[in-house]
Design a protein. Structure first.
Length: 187
């Protein structure tokens, strides 16, 4: 609404609109303005969050639709995933550009990404694939239990390994998130 109002003021100043003329009195221009505004919002949102803007159906059409609500739900889930598991490097780049982190030119300083440890190899996709692989092998061995008792032992081992990995990921969840590594906030 503010953008529409400012555009109307600017169009009056340059003489394209009369004193009381509004964008809404020009249906084609009004529709084009809504689409342009929504597309611009989508582009900014994609840069920031990795998904199009929420409630784009309302901006484009003036009403919420079931398809728009489902799309917003999907985008919200995608944002949650991106924010927790893949945007840490993006935040590091923003911190570098804003000057919140200054790279040292000292030769004896080890960069944070080369300090070693579990954080360098831990990731959500890796943890999920390990848990799903263990679950898959558990199910495959359980299918063979009726033919051979040895598969019951394998099923128990695979199930235990799967539960142990899932418990480890749950207990150490922050390690598996892709969070910024350079700037440590003060609070």
């Amino acid at each position: 609404m503010i953008g529409r109002r400012m555009l109307e003021i600017q169009l009056r100043r340059i003489g394209a609109f009369a004193a009381e003329e509004k964008i809404s009195s020009h249906p084609n221009f009004d529709d084009s303005f809504k689409i342009l505004w929504a597309n611009h919002g989508d582009d900014i949102s994609i840069q920031y969050s990795g998904t199009p803007a929420l409630k784009g159906d309302f901006v484009r059409c003036g009403q919420r639709t079931a398809q728009g609500i489902l799309k917003d739900g999907w985008n919200a889930l995608a944002r949650y995933y991106f924010n927790n598991f893949s945007d840490g490097v993006k935040q590091d780049a923003i911190d570098l550009l804003h000057g919140h982190y200054i790279m040292s030119v000292s030769r004896d300083m080890t960069p944070p990404s080369q300090t070693g440890g579990l954080e360098n190899i831990a990731s959500f996709p890796l943890a999920l694939s390990l848990v799903l692989t263990g679950f898959f092998f558990t199910l495959m061995s359980l299918r063979q239990v009726r033919y051979d008792l040895r598969h019951l032992i394998f099923s128990t081992i695979w199930a235990g390994l799967t539960v142990a990995i899932a418990a480890f990921v749950r207990a150490n969840g922050r390690i598996f998130c892709n969070r910024p590594r350079l700037h440590k906030p003060g609070h």
